[in-house]
Design a protein around this ligand. Structure first.
Ligand code: NDP
Ligand code: OXD
Length: 313
Protein backbone atom coordinates (compact mmCIF):
# COMPACT_ATOMS: atom_id res chain seq x y z
CA UNK A 1 0.00 0.00 0.00
CA UNK A 2 2.52 2.63 -1.08
CA UNK A 3 2.22 5.93 -2.93
CA UNK A 4 4.78 6.46 -5.67
CA UNK A 5 5.88 9.86 -6.89
CA UNK A 6 6.72 9.55 -10.57
CA UNK A 7 8.26 12.92 -11.34
CA UNK A 8 10.64 14.15 -14.00
CA UNK A 9 11.56 17.76 -14.88
CA UNK A 10 10.54 18.93 -11.42
CA UNK A 11 12.57 18.44 -8.26
CA UNK A 12 11.21 15.35 -6.55
CA UNK A 13 12.71 15.91 -3.08
CA UNK A 14 10.42 18.81 -2.05
CA UNK A 15 7.38 16.74 -3.05
CA UNK A 16 8.61 13.73 -1.13
CA UNK A 17 9.35 15.81 1.95
CA UNK A 18 6.00 17.59 1.74
CA UNK A 19 3.85 14.50 1.30
CA UNK A 20 5.71 12.59 4.02
CA UNK A 21 5.19 15.55 6.36
CA UNK A 22 1.49 15.79 5.52
CA UNK A 23 0.92 12.02 5.79
CA UNK A 24 3.61 10.57 8.09
CA UNK A 25 1.67 7.31 8.38
CA UNK A 26 1.93 6.58 4.64
CA UNK A 27 4.62 4.66 2.78
CA UNK A 28 5.63 7.23 0.17
CA UNK A 29 8.37 6.52 -2.34
CA UNK A 30 9.87 8.40 -5.25
CA UNK A 31 10.95 7.05 -8.60
CA UNK A 32 13.52 5.65 -9.27
CA UNK A 33 13.67 4.22 -5.71
CA UNK A 34 10.41 2.34 -5.97
CA UNK A 35 11.33 -0.78 -4.04
CA UNK A 36 9.01 -3.70 -4.76
CA UNK A 37 6.70 -2.57 -7.61
CA UNK A 38 3.92 -4.78 -6.20
CA UNK A 39 3.69 -2.50 -3.11
CA UNK A 40 2.59 0.53 -5.14
CA UNK A 41 -1.16 1.14 -5.14
CA UNK A 42 -1.27 4.83 -6.16
CA UNK A 43 0.98 7.07 -8.22
CA UNK A 44 1.14 10.86 -8.20
CA UNK A 45 2.91 11.99 -11.33
CA UNK A 46 4.36 14.85 -13.33
CA UNK A 47 5.78 13.72 -16.69
CA UNK A 48 6.35 10.21 -15.38
CA UNK A 49 8.86 8.15 -17.34
CA UNK A 50 6.84 6.45 -20.12
CA UNK A 51 6.17 2.82 -19.26
CA UNK A 52 6.79 3.27 -15.51
CA UNK A 53 3.14 2.93 -14.49
CA UNK A 54 2.75 -0.25 -16.55
CA UNK A 55 5.34 -1.95 -14.33
CA UNK A 56 3.13 -1.56 -11.21
CA UNK A 57 0.90 -4.67 -11.01
CA UNK A 58 -1.30 -3.45 -8.12
CA UNK A 59 -1.82 0.14 -9.24
CA UNK A 60 -5.34 1.35 -8.38
CA UNK A 61 -5.19 4.99 -9.43
CA UNK A 62 -3.04 7.78 -10.85
CA UNK A 63 -3.16 11.47 -9.97
CA UNK A 64 -1.61 14.22 -12.05
CA UNK A 65 0.28 16.66 -9.86
CA UNK A 66 -1.03 19.44 -12.09
CA UNK A 67 -4.34 20.50 -13.59
CA UNK A 68 -3.23 19.31 -17.02
CA UNK A 69 -3.05 15.62 -17.88
CA UNK A 70 -1.44 15.67 -21.33
CA UNK A 71 1.84 14.67 -19.69
CA UNK A 72 0.18 11.56 -18.21
CA UNK A 73 -1.89 10.56 -21.21
CA UNK A 74 1.07 10.74 -23.58
CA UNK A 75 2.38 7.50 -22.02
CA UNK A 76 1.56 4.81 -24.60
CA UNK A 77 1.54 2.15 -21.85
CA UNK A 78 -0.75 3.99 -19.44
CA UNK A 79 -2.63 1.37 -17.38
CA UNK A 80 -6.41 1.54 -17.47
CA UNK A 81 -6.89 2.73 -13.88
CA UNK A 82 -8.78 5.83 -12.71
CA UNK A 83 -6.95 9.09 -13.41
CA UNK A 84 -7.46 12.29 -11.42
CA UNK A 85 -6.08 15.80 -11.77
CA UNK A 86 -5.65 18.83 -9.53
CA UNK A 87 -8.57 21.19 -9.25
CA UNK A 88 -7.75 23.53 -6.42
CA UNK A 89 -8.94 27.04 -5.62
CA UNK A 90 -5.43 28.21 -4.92
CA UNK A 91 -4.16 27.08 -8.34
CA UNK A 92 -7.22 28.46 -10.11
CA UNK A 93 -6.94 31.83 -8.40
CA UNK A 94 -3.27 32.14 -9.21
CA UNK A 95 -3.96 31.50 -12.90
CA UNK A 96 -6.67 34.17 -12.92
CA UNK A 97 -4.23 36.61 -11.31
CA UNK A 98 -1.84 35.98 -14.21
CA UNK A 99 -4.57 36.46 -16.81
CA UNK A 100 -5.92 39.68 -15.29
CA UNK A 101 -2.45 41.10 -14.62
CA UNK A 102 -1.22 40.58 -18.18
CA UNK A 103 -4.49 41.76 -19.72
CA UNK A 104 -4.12 44.98 -17.74
CA UNK A 105 -0.44 45.33 -18.70
CA UNK A 106 -1.52 45.27 -22.35
CA UNK A 107 -4.49 47.55 -21.80
CA UNK A 108 -2.36 50.18 -20.04
CA UNK A 109 0.78 49.83 -22.26
CA UNK A 110 2.76 48.99 -19.13
CA UNK A 111 5.60 47.22 -20.99
CA UNK A 112 6.23 50.42 -22.96
CA UNK A 113 6.10 52.59 -19.84
CA UNK A 114 8.68 50.30 -18.21
CA UNK A 115 11.00 50.95 -21.18
CA UNK A 116 10.44 54.71 -20.95
CA UNK A 117 11.21 54.62 -17.24
CA UNK A 118 14.60 52.97 -17.92
CA UNK A 119 15.33 55.94 -20.22
CA UNK A 120 14.08 58.50 -17.63
CA UNK A 121 11.48 59.66 -20.15
CA UNK A 122 8.30 61.32 -18.82
CA UNK A 123 6.04 60.72 -21.78
CA UNK A 124 2.44 59.70 -22.26
CA UNK A 125 1.84 57.05 -24.85
CA UNK A 126 -1.33 56.70 -26.89
CA UNK A 127 -4.37 57.03 -24.64
CA UNK A 128 -5.22 53.78 -22.93
CA UNK A 129 -8.67 52.47 -23.84
CA UNK A 130 -10.96 51.45 -21.02
CA UNK A 131 -11.33 47.76 -20.24
CA UNK A 132 -14.85 47.75 -21.64
CA UNK A 133 -13.44 48.68 -25.06
CA UNK A 134 -11.11 45.68 -25.19
CA UNK A 135 -12.70 42.47 -26.46
CA UNK A 136 -11.09 39.58 -24.61
CA UNK A 137 -11.69 36.05 -25.88
CA UNK A 138 -11.00 33.11 -23.58
CA UNK A 139 -10.39 29.74 -25.22
CA UNK A 140 -11.34 26.95 -22.83
CA UNK A 141 -14.33 27.29 -20.53
CA UNK A 142 -13.29 24.79 -17.90
CA UNK A 143 -12.24 25.38 -14.33
CA UNK A 144 -9.57 27.93 -15.25
CA UNK A 145 -11.35 29.65 -18.13
CA UNK A 146 -14.52 30.24 -16.12
CA UNK A 147 -12.68 31.74 -13.17
CA UNK A 148 -10.57 33.95 -15.42
CA UNK A 149 -13.70 35.19 -17.18
CA UNK A 150 -15.38 36.07 -13.89
CA UNK A 151 -12.36 38.08 -12.77
CA UNK A 152 -11.82 39.78 -16.14
CA UNK A 153 -15.45 40.86 -16.03
CA UNK A 154 -14.98 42.36 -12.59
CA UNK A 155 -12.39 44.68 -14.10
CA UNK A 156 -14.86 45.51 -16.89
CA UNK A 157 -13.36 43.75 -19.93
CA UNK A 158 -15.74 42.81 -22.75
CA UNK A 159 -15.32 39.03 -22.49
CA UNK A 160 -16.45 36.11 -24.66
CA UNK A 161 -15.51 32.45 -24.49
CA UNK A 162 -15.09 29.42 -26.74
CA UNK A 163 -15.16 25.75 -25.83
CA UNK A 164 -15.73 22.36 -27.41
CA UNK A 165 -19.33 22.01 -26.23
CA UNK A 166 -21.87 24.84 -25.79
CA UNK A 167 -21.85 26.65 -22.46
CA UNK A 168 -24.07 29.28 -20.93
CA UNK A 169 -22.43 31.94 -18.82
CA UNK A 170 -24.64 34.76 -17.67
CA UNK A 171 -23.66 38.01 -19.33
CA UNK A 172 -21.00 36.42 -21.54
CA UNK A 173 -21.31 35.58 -25.22
CA UNK A 174 -20.13 32.01 -25.70
CA UNK A 175 -19.13 30.12 -28.82
CA UNK A 176 -18.57 26.40 -29.31
CA UNK A 177 -16.88 24.08 -31.76
CA UNK A 178 -17.14 25.32 -35.33
CA UNK A 179 -18.11 28.83 -34.18
CA UNK A 180 -14.40 29.42 -33.62
CA UNK A 181 -14.03 31.86 -36.53
CA UNK A 182 -16.86 34.07 -35.26
CA UNK A 183 -15.28 34.04 -31.79
CA UNK A 184 -11.89 35.03 -33.21
CA UNK A 185 -13.37 37.79 -35.37
CA UNK A 186 -14.57 39.64 -32.23
CA UNK A 187 -11.41 39.09 -30.20
CA UNK A 188 -8.71 41.73 -29.60
CA UNK A 189 -6.95 39.86 -26.80
CA UNK A 190 -6.94 36.07 -26.99
CA UNK A 191 -6.38 34.13 -23.76
CA UNK A 192 -5.69 30.44 -24.27
CA UNK A 193 -6.54 28.15 -21.34
CA UNK A 194 -7.06 24.99 -23.38
CA UNK A 195 -5.61 21.56 -22.66
CA UNK A 196 -3.15 20.02 -25.09
CA UNK A 197 -4.87 17.27 -27.04
CA UNK A 198 -4.58 16.00 -30.61
CA UNK A 199 -7.43 18.41 -31.49
CA UNK A 200 -5.77 21.49 -30.02
CA UNK A 201 -2.10 20.83 -30.83
CA UNK A 202 -0.63 23.61 -32.97
CA UNK A 203 -3.89 25.53 -33.26
CA UNK A 204 -2.33 28.85 -32.20
CA UNK A 205 -0.86 29.36 -35.63
CA UNK A 206 -0.65 31.93 -38.39
CA UNK A 207 -4.02 31.10 -39.88
CA UNK A 208 -5.75 31.55 -36.50
CA UNK A 209 -3.95 34.85 -35.78
CA UNK A 210 -5.17 36.24 -39.11
CA UNK A 211 -8.77 35.54 -38.08
CA UNK A 212 -8.52 37.65 -34.90
CA UNK A 213 -10.01 41.16 -34.90
CA UNK A 214 -7.74 43.71 -36.54
CA UNK A 215 -10.04 46.69 -35.98
CA UNK A 216 -9.74 46.87 -32.21
CA UNK A 217 -8.69 49.67 -29.90
CA UNK A 218 -5.09 48.45 -29.73
CA UNK A 219 -4.70 48.16 -33.50
CA UNK A 220 -3.57 44.55 -33.78
CA UNK A 221 -4.58 41.58 -31.63
CA UNK A 222 -2.68 40.14 -28.68
CA UNK A 223 -2.04 36.51 -27.79
CA UNK A 224 -1.76 35.21 -24.23
CA UNK A 225 -1.14 31.47 -23.79
CA UNK A 226 -0.99 29.66 -20.46
CA UNK A 227 -2.53 26.40 -21.73
CA UNK A 228 0.35 24.36 -23.08
CA UNK A 229 3.28 25.14 -25.36
CA UNK A 230 2.21 22.39 -27.75
CA UNK A 231 -0.78 24.52 -28.73
CA UNK A 232 1.40 27.25 -30.22
CA UNK A 233 3.58 27.43 -33.31
CA UNK A 234 6.36 29.70 -32.12
CA UNK A 235 7.74 30.42 -35.60
CA UNK A 236 4.26 31.66 -36.59
CA UNK A 237 4.03 33.86 -33.48
CA UNK A 238 7.36 35.51 -34.28
CA UNK A 239 6.44 36.06 -37.94
CA UNK A 240 2.99 37.39 -37.00
CA UNK A 241 4.57 39.85 -34.54
CA UNK A 242 7.09 41.06 -37.09
CA UNK A 243 4.42 41.52 -39.75
CA UNK A 244 1.92 43.27 -37.46
CA UNK A 245 -0.58 40.41 -37.56
CA UNK A 246 -0.10 40.26 -33.79
CA UNK A 247 0.65 43.30 -31.63
CA UNK A 248 2.16 41.36 -28.71
CA UNK A 249 2.34 37.95 -27.10
CA UNK A 250 2.49 36.93 -23.45
CA UNK A 251 3.54 33.32 -23.07
CA UNK A 252 3.80 31.13 -19.99
CA UNK A 253 4.24 27.84 -21.87
CA UNK A 254 6.51 26.81 -24.73
CA UNK A 255 7.03 24.14 -27.35
CA UNK A 256 10.20 23.14 -25.47
CA UNK A 257 10.56 23.83 -21.75
CA UNK A 258 12.64 25.31 -20.33
CA UNK A 259 12.62 27.71 -23.29
CA UNK A 260 16.02 27.18 -24.98
CA UNK A 261 18.45 30.10 -24.52
CA UNK A 262 18.77 30.44 -28.29
CA UNK A 263 15.02 31.01 -28.80
CA UNK A 264 14.38 34.40 -30.49
CA UNK A 265 11.31 34.75 -28.25
CA UNK A 266 13.57 35.81 -25.35
CA UNK A 267 14.65 39.03 -27.01
CA UNK A 268 11.60 39.95 -29.02
CA UNK A 269 10.48 43.40 -27.84
CA UNK A 270 6.80 42.45 -28.09
CA UNK A 271 7.04 39.14 -26.23
CA UNK A 272 6.57 38.71 -22.50
CA UNK A 273 7.75 35.43 -21.02
CA UNK A 274 6.92 33.76 -17.72
CA UNK A 275 8.51 30.39 -16.88
CA UNK A 276 5.41 28.17 -16.77
CA UNK A 277 4.50 29.58 -13.40
CA UNK A 278 1.24 31.38 -14.15
CA UNK A 279 -0.62 29.14 -11.69
CA UNK A 280 2.19 28.75 -9.19
CA UNK A 281 0.33 27.27 -6.22
CA UNK A 282 0.51 26.73 -2.52
CA UNK A 283 2.36 23.44 -2.60
CA UNK A 284 0.91 22.20 0.68
CA UNK A 285 -2.59 22.83 -0.69
CA UNK A 286 -1.82 20.69 -3.74
CA UNK A 287 -0.18 18.06 -1.52
CA UNK A 288 -3.26 17.88 0.71
CA UNK A 289 -5.47 17.64 -2.38
CA UNK A 290 -3.46 14.69 -3.70
CA UNK A 291 -3.56 12.85 -0.37
CA UNK A 292 -7.30 13.47 -0.09
CA UNK A 293 -7.82 11.85 -3.49
CA UNK A 294 -6.11 8.69 -2.34
CA UNK A 295 -8.10 8.60 0.90
CA UNK A 296 -11.30 9.01 -1.09
CA UNK A 297 -10.40 6.25 -3.49
CA UNK A 298 -9.44 3.91 -0.66
CA UNK A 299 -12.95 4.53 0.76
CA UNK A 300 -14.52 3.59 -2.56
CA UNK A 301 -15.22 7.19 -3.62
CA UNK A 302 -14.23 8.61 -7.03
CA UNK A 303 -11.51 11.22 -7.42
CA UNK A 304 -12.86 14.77 -7.04
CA UNK A 305 -11.64 15.74 -10.51
CA UNK A 306 -11.69 12.51 -12.50
CA UNK A 307 -10.36 12.50 -16.06
CA UNK A 308 -12.16 10.56 -18.73
CA UNK A 309 -9.25 9.88 -21.08
CA UNK A 310 -11.55 9.02 -23.99
CA UNK A 311 -13.44 12.30 -23.64
CA UNK A 312 -10.28 14.31 -23.04
CA UNK A 313 -9.23 13.42 -26.56
P1 NDP B 1 -10.78 21.84 -17.92
O1 NDP B 1 -10.71 20.42 -18.37
O2 NDP B 1 -11.59 22.18 -16.73
O3 NDP B 1 -11.29 22.74 -19.13
C1 NDP B 1 -10.82 22.57 -20.43
C2 NDP B 1 -11.67 23.42 -21.37
O4 NDP B 1 -11.11 23.31 -22.67
C3 NDP B 1 -13.12 22.94 -21.46
O5 NDP B 1 -14.00 24.03 -21.52
C4 NDP B 1 -13.13 22.18 -22.78
O6 NDP B 1 -14.37 22.25 -23.47
C5 NDP B 1 -12.13 22.97 -23.58
N1 NDP B 1 -11.62 22.16 -24.68
C6 NDP B 1 -10.96 21.00 -24.63
N2 NDP B 1 -10.72 20.54 -25.88
C7 NDP B 1 -11.24 21.46 -26.72
C8 NDP B 1 -11.31 21.57 -28.12
N3 NDP B 1 -10.81 20.63 -28.92
N4 NDP B 1 -11.95 22.63 -28.65
C9 NDP B 1 -12.49 23.58 -27.85
N5 NDP B 1 -12.46 23.54 -26.51
C10 NDP B 1 -11.84 22.50 -25.95
O7 NDP B 1 -9.26 22.29 -17.72
P2 NDP B 1 -8.71 23.47 -16.79
O8 NDP B 1 -9.48 24.70 -17.06
O9 NDP B 1 -8.58 23.01 -15.39
O10 NDP B 1 -7.20 23.61 -17.37
C11 NDP B 1 -6.99 23.90 -18.72
C12 NDP B 1 -5.53 23.70 -19.07
O11 NDP B 1 -4.73 24.72 -18.49
C13 NDP B 1 -4.87 22.42 -18.54
O12 NDP B 1 -5.21 21.30 -19.32
C14 NDP B 1 -3.40 22.75 -18.62
O13 NDP B 1 -2.88 22.40 -19.89
C15 NDP B 1 -3.38 24.27 -18.48
N6 NDP B 1 -2.77 24.66 -17.22
C16 NDP B 1 -1.62 25.41 -17.28
C17 NDP B 1 -1.01 25.83 -16.14
C18 NDP B 1 0.20 26.66 -16.19
O14 NDP B 1 0.88 26.80 -15.18
N7 NDP B 1 0.52 27.26 -17.33
C19 NDP B 1 -1.55 25.49 -14.81
C20 NDP B 1 -2.74 24.71 -14.87
C21 NDP B 1 -3.32 24.31 -16.03
P3 NDP B 1 -15.64 21.37 -23.01
O15 NDP B 1 -15.98 21.90 -21.64
O16 NDP B 1 -16.67 21.70 -23.99
O17 NDP B 1 -15.17 19.95 -23.00
C1 OXD C 1 -0.58 22.24 -14.50
C2 OXD C 1 0.60 23.06 -14.78
O1 OXD C 1 -1.05 21.53 -15.39
O2 OXD C 1 1.22 23.57 -13.81
O3 OXD C 1 -1.08 22.32 -13.36
O4 OXD C 1 0.96 23.24 -15.94
Amino acid sequence: MALLLGITQWEVEPWLERLRRLAPERDIRAWPDIGNPADITYAAVWKQPPGLLATLPNLKGVISLGAGVDHVLSDPDLPKVPLGRVVDDNLTTRMSEWVVMHALIHLRHQADYALLQRQRLWRELMPSPSASELRVGVMGLGVLGLDAIAKLRTIGFDVAGWSRTPKQIEGVKTYAGDELDAFLARTDLLVCLLPLTPATAGMLNRSLFEKLAHDGVLGAPILMNAGRGGLQVEADILAALDEGVLRAATLDVFEIEPLPVESPLWEHPRVTITPHNSAISDEDAVGRFVLRQIERHEQGLPFEAPVDAARHY
